[in-house]
Design a protein around this ligand. Structure first.
Ligand code: DGY
Length: 319
């Protein structure tokens, strides 16, 4: 009998085909957590693949045969790793294949926020660009030769550092759980304390995964340490930042601008004050969302789920 793999959320055809070559696939592109067909399939599942589904004890009770969960994302804050270990279930994610794409998004946010690209785009399209030109108070800030502070120097952090160092002549500061000596040698990155990073950086870029330790890590005290000309960038997970403190820092001009791909609540609520601010550039959590990269993520997750249900070595295990 073939192992059963439940696929929730849409998956590229080539990845589906790959799983189908060894497994029976139960496909729920528009799944609902409590849909009876989905629950019935979970009851027979050896593997689960998708992104974002909160995996808790209640879900695991409904999936007694589960051996592996393949997250189609690098982040895995939807998984309770201790719980999975207790149940003997392995977990995988998709590191590496998205680093360049997310780093491009982060550079786009830095450039757009500092050079006021979205705000000035609205200005031009509204027909406000008149004979008198534009005002000095519409000028932006330079990105090149500035200091970039990277909080969380993993694969994405290092890829941003590469762009910033070689492409924009930026000075790189970083704070991380461990020293990244290769990044220090290659990109001139300087390891420093969190406070030093916050105080000295022109761009503060948070790239840590969401964990119990990082939740709410960028708080009122952190914003108070930043320069009044600082541009704050978050393309990791919304809850790493205390959003009320971010709003307050922007409203009181404690910092200059922000570029955000992620929010405390997603989709972001239309009444969120961040959406009313000209100096905030927003994206709908699309850091890794290019056609090419999403295909690579899908294929890597598919390879992981098949390896997990057939007893092969996992390509990119979380543990
Ligand atoms: C990731 O891979 O974690 C991206 O943020 C998409 O969820």
């Amino acid at each position: 009998m073939k192992p059963v793999v439940v696929v929730y959320k849409p998956l590229y055809e080539e990845a589906l085909q790959y799983i189908r070559s060894t497994c029976e696939v139960e496909y729920f592109p528009g799944y609902e957590r409590n849909d009876s067909n989905f629950l019935e399939a979970l009851g027979r599942a050896d593997g689960l693949i998708g992104s974002g589904l909160k995996v808790d004890e209640a879900l695991l009770q409904q999936a007694p045969n589960l051996k592996v969960i393949a997250n189609k994302s690098v982040g895995y804050d939807n998984l309770d790793l201790e719980l999975l270990k207790k149940h003997g279930i392995r977990a995988t994610n998709t590191p590496g294949v998205l680093d360049d794409t997310v780093a491009d998004t982060i550079m786009a946010l830095m450039l757009a926020a500092a050079r006021r690209v979205t705000e000035l785009d609205r200005f031009v399209k509204a027909g406000s660009w008149s004979e008198k030109g534009f005002d000095d108070d519409q000028f932006g800030l330079d990105v090149h030769h500035k200091t970039l502070g990277i909080i969380g120097m993993g694969g994405i952090g290092r890829t941003v550092a590469k762009r910033a160092h070689f492409g924009f002549d930026m000075n790189i500061l970083y704070h991380n759980r461990s020293r990244q000596e290769k990044a220090e040698r290659t990109y001139g990155a300087v390891y420093c304390t969190m406070d030093e990073l916050l105080e000295q950086s022109d761009f503060v870029c948070v790239m840590t995964p969401l964990t119990e330790e990082t939740k709410g890590m960028i708080d009122q005290a952190a914003f108070a340490r930043m320069k009044s000309t600082a541009v704050f960038i978050n393309a990791s997970r919304g809850p790493v930042v205390n959003e009320a403190a971010l709003i307050q820092a922007l409203q009181s001009k404690q910092i200059w601008a922000a570029g955000l791909d992620v929010f405390e609540q997603e989709p972001v609520h239309p009444d969120n004050p961040l959406l009313q601010m000209e100096n905030v550039v927003t994206l709908p959590h699309i850091g890794s969302a290019t056609e090419e990269t999403r295909r690579k993520m899908a294929m890597l997750a598919a390879e992981n789920v098949v390896a997990g249900v057939t007893g092969e070595t996992l390509k990119t295990p979380i543990f």
